[in-house]
Design a protein around this ligand. Structure first.
Ligand code: SAM
Ligand code: SF4
Length: 330
């Protein structure tokens, strides 16, 4: 294996951050993502094995990737999730290992996640109201997830964030509740603008709300936009002097969203996705079959960077081939 400079593209962007999906399977049925739950596709290729994942991450780490996020589907439904996390954590160069989860079974599992080397967690909470939470996700788990957040602090997670998809008519009246929620804890709530996918066109029309609505309300309530840290991703982070926590906004439809892109994605089946909304993906799997293929894999990844475009085409209603975000991890 040889070390190369950090992955870059033609537009001067650097990509130190890899989001790796470990499964498409999910046990929730969020109305904007998998409203009918996960459905197995007949004849589909299997998800990457742990050893394939480790080879993949070794190649990325040698190319300068230092931050990783495990996602899905629901990444923690994989029985070998802890083995995957601890295997990645042991790879030279990986400095920060995070994951995104719906938080089911978090109270009893937070310690084992921490012990496997995970240090940053993003938990999806689309409503702070139990009935609304159940309506959106299909599960009455809000109280349990709240206990899970406490467990994450107790075991020592360095970063605890929550993700809330902004949904017109469903949770857009909860901003003040979220402001109260972050007031006394070092948490960052991230509002994510609903993204259009192949499967949620009508839902998108009914529930999409521009992130600008949140920005206006936060500014009116005395919140300030935090200065951008060099190399930070596309989230805008707001702070308030009377709040321990912060509120972030991820607005993919906003102007210049793609300029700060710092991430690449690999699907659970081993395809490199240069953009969340790009067409298809580039199969890397044939180069994950033995340890001798690492240099060839690195060359393939670097070569594929030539195809990374400057922006997505969401504004034209083009969400690429993405049927829903559970197939790539959001
Ligand atoms: N199952 C895990 C979870 O829900 O946290 C990880 C995978 S999920 C696809 C990752 C993130 O994408 C979640 O925060 C989810 O709310 C968000 N997401 C899914 N579909 C979305 C959409 N159409 N628009 C915006 N965010 C979406
Ligand atoms: Fe599952 Fe996450 Fe999609 Fe909800 S958003 S259905 S928890 S993958």
């Amino acid at each position: 294996m040889r070390n190369k400079p950090a992955i870059t593209d033609h537009f001067g962007r650097r990509f130190p951050y890899l989001r790796l999906s470990v499964t498409d399977i999910c046990n929730f049925s969020c109305t904007y993502c998998l409203p009918d739950g996960y459905k197995k596709v007949k004849g589909a290729s299997p998800f990457m094995h742990t050893d394939e994942i480790i080879r993949l991450v070794k190649a990325f780490a040698a190319l300068g990737t230092w931050k990783m996020r495990l996602t899905g589907g629901e990444p923690t439904v994989r029985k070998d999730f802890l083995d995957i996390a601890s295997g990645i954590n042991a790879i030279d160069g990986i400095e920060k290992l995070a994951f995104t989860t719906n938080g089911y079974r978090l109270p009893e599992r937070a310690q084992s996640y921490y012990d496997a080397g995970l240090r940053a967690i993003n938990i999806s909470i689309d409503s702070l109201r139990p009935a609304k939470f159940e309506e959106i996700t299909g599960h009455d788990y809000l109280a349990k997830i709240m206990d899970g957040i406490q467990a994450c602090y107790d075991v020592g997670f360095e970063s605890v964030k929550t993700n809330t998809v902004l949904l017109k008519g469903l949770n857009d009246d909860e901003l003040d509740d979220f402001i109260d929620f972050v007031a006394d804890k070092p948490i960052s709530v991230r509002f994510i603008e609903l993204m259009q996918t192949r499967d949620n066109q009508d839902y998108f029309k009914a529930h999409h709300l521009s992130g600008g609505a949140v920005t206006e309300k936060l500014l009116a309530r005395g919140w300030r936009l935090k200065p951008r840290i060099d190399g930070a991703g596309p989230a805008h982070e707001f702070e308030h002097e009377q709040s321990r926590g912060t509120i972030g906004l991820i607005a993919p439809y906003s102007k210049d969203f793609c300029k700060s892109c710092n991430r690449l994605r690999v699907s659970a089946k081993g395809a490199l996705h240069l953009c969340l909304f790009g067409e298809g993906g580039y199969d890397l799997r044939d180069l994950l079959q033995n340890d001798d293929q690492c240099e060839e894999l690195q060359d393939k990844i670097m070569g594929l960077m030539n195809f990374k475009k400057s922006t997505h085409f969401l504004h034209d209603g083009n969400s690429g081939a993405r049927e829903h975000l559970a197939s790539i991890g959001g």
